[in-house]
Design a protein around this ligand. Structure first.
Ligand code: SF4
Length: 244
């Protein structure tokens, strides 16, 4: 199948049709279809979370030349940067750094210190959403590790969908995987993972916006604690953006 972009002949109906055809197929099958349809410009977004590790492992067996990228906010944990290097070595895959729109110093000069503590939506927009949009601008499709059980917004996603905020096809192969299945995959394949997960951090983002969760709390309760914010914005569609 030929990747189509620009005037884009991928209609929502076409994507729904492909999704229906691949329904019930395993994540690896969907990834293999995506490689066939979109390589060499296909890319995988990695946050170095458990889902990203599973997808990198699968892709390393299908097409290790697939572009893997991460959004470097300059505020990730040292453990996350260390994991990046271990994953690259383990899978033999190059991991592309996508920098923020501006340095921390430039951000502080323009918006004041510690923007994340006052306006996390704006901080995420500058350090994640805009860099992502630029990076995806020339690509036909991206792969993400979102799962439906993580947030209400993610529960509305499809395994194959049109990303109208970034104007390309979006693939979410692990959408229906429960947390236990992700970890079972990681352990059964003896894959490396972020050491912070052993210290009470089920979800790891930027240092200023991530804390350990307490017993009984939701797995994402440690992200943007104190704010009514559950998403960084990179998975929002246009309707979600209008609602902000
Ligand atoms: Fe800024 Fe926090 Fe968003 Fe990172 S997670 S970009 S520090 S608001």
């Amino acid at each position: 199948m030929e990747a189509r972009r620009g005037s884009n002949t991928w209609t929502p109906a076409e994507l729904s049709s492909v999704e229906a055809r691949l329904a019930g197929r395993p994540a690896e099958y969907l990834l293999a279809w995506a490689v066939g349809a979109f390589a060499p410009d296909l890319c995988l977004a990695s946050s170095f979370g458990p889902q990203s590790i599973v997808l990198m492992h699968m892709l390393s067996a299908i097409d290790p030349k697939t572009t893997v990228f991460y959004l470097d906010t300059d505020l990730l944990f040292p453990e996350t940067y260390e994991l990046r290097d271990r994953l690259s070595e383990r899978f033999g895959m190059t991991i592309t750094r996508v920098p923020a729109s501006l340095t921390l110093e430039q951000q502080a000069a323009s918006y004041g210190p510690d923007l994340w503590s006052r306006e996390p939506n704006l901080c995420c927009h500058l350090r994640k959403v805009l860099p992502l949009r630029r990076f995806l601008a020339s690509r036909p499709a991206w792969i993400t590790g979102i799962r439906a059980s993580q947030t209400a917004q993610r529960a509305r996603a499809a395994r194959i969908e049109w990303d109208d905020a970034n104007d390309l096809v979006k693939l979410n192969p692990l959408l229906d995987w429960p947390t236990e299945r992700v970890w079972s995959y990681i352990h059964s394949h003896d894959l490396p993972f972020n050491r912070l997960h052993l210290a009470g951090f089920p979800s790891v983002g930027c240092r200023p916006c991530t804390r350990a969760v307490r017993p009984g709390e939701d797995g994402r309760a440690g992200r943007w604690a104190g704010f009514a914010k559950t998403e960084c914005g990179i998975h929002a569609n246009r309707a979600d953006e209008r609602a902000l």
